[in-house]
Design a protein around this ligand. Sequence first.
Ligand SMILES: Cc1cc2nc3c(=O)[nH]c(=O)nc-3n(C[C@H](O)[C@H](O)[C@H](O)COP(=O)(O)OP(=O)(O)OC[C@H]3O[C@@H](n4cnc5c(N)ncnc54)[C@H](O)[C@@H]3O)c2cc1C
Length: 386
Amino acid sequence: MDFELDDTQRAIQDTARAFARERVAPAAAENDRLRRFPADLIRGLGELGLLAVNVPAAYGGSEAGAVAYALAIMEIAAADCATAVTMAVTNMVGELVARFGTEEQKRRHLPRLAAAEVLAGAFALSEPQAGSDAAAMRTRAVRRGDRWVIDGAKQWITSGDVAGVLVVWARTGPADGGGGGVTAFLVEQGTPGLQVGRHEDKLGIRASSTVALSFDGCEVPDSARLGEVGQGLRVAFAALDGGRIGIASQATGTIRAALDASVRYARDRQAFGVPIAEHQAVAFMLADMAVEHDTARLLALRAAALKEAGRPFTREASMAKLWASEAAQRAVGRAVQIHGGVGYTEDFPVARYFRDARVQTIYEGTSEIQRLVIARELLKDGASRG
Ligand SMILES: Cc1cc2nc3c(=O)[nH]c(=O)nc-3n(C[C@H](O)[C@H](O)[C@H](O)COP(=O)(O)OP(=O)(O)OC[C@H]3O[C@@H](n4cnc5c(N)ncnc54)[C@H](O)[C@@H]3O)c2cc1C
């Protein structure tokens, strides 16, 4: 077992860390306050190769692997979760096209996604009536000759308004209770019939864009189909396995930011004649945050390493997502507590971390859904992998 990063992983981590410190962190509070989408930062990430970390170099990606990707997300998330989630979804779309796309689709979309030429990618699975239960989707695509006509509504779509290309799932056959009859399509922004609806007014990650979409006779050619007809949910679940490593990494970055801010504050702030860090109750909170950070990081990197090795990682990705996102709730709560009254104001970043962390147990599968996945995999495989 080797806990050392290789040169490529270290280089990606260093690049992301420097960009996070110099560009992302200084802009985070203001972008959050103004609910301003950080387009300049996304372009910067594209210039550094961080929008397609695990995409083949032949298509403009960095081809640095799943571990490097997890490390990059940790760095950006420690500075700003809104930027990190936009980056994560774009990487996820790029990986999907690389894995399931035709040669023509790869050549058309991947270099432009990698370089932020289309700014971002979007993943349009959830609907007003179908979140956890994605197979209950109602958006429908009907084949007309060599074209498909999409009608329906999507909700909660990260970057749905700014993304140049969106992966859209639609029902193309009867519901079979098991998720058959769903197909994925690559829809380009500006396609007639695709309309951006309301922007969600969110508790946190307010600089990211989360919108509703409607499809009204939206026509795409059959060449825009991603994967086989009826295999859409297989495509979606494959993406979500990888996406969960992304959210676990995001939560790990959040815990680190909360811990670093808390250590700084606990050293500076005096109460009863000593720095509050010298009160054992405070020191123990710091210790617990450090342990939870490291466990979250290890679980995320284990899942990423399995993915990179081409081994099964569904269970490990869900474990990492579940643990890291729930640990992040505890960490941001402790961080606010350690900051006392100022922790409850926007004068210190921990209030933003507290708001931003909350969504991590919800999106890309709630904690309840992660437990279902872990239990299902356990029961299928028989025992824990030692
Ligand atoms: C900021 C934000 C960004 C998002 N970005 C995207 C995006 O880019 N693309 C996209 O497709 N979606 C996106 N989502 C949607 C997100 O993935 C869903 O909100 C999530 O999957 C939960 O679905 P839901 O909101 O419909 O809740 P529901 O599915 O209605 O769940 C409500 C509650 O019931 C619980 N529950 C449901 N089923 C079960 C069960 N079988 N057992 C136990 N408990 C259960 C859930 O855990 C939850 O606590 C985003 C959401 C948010 C908030």
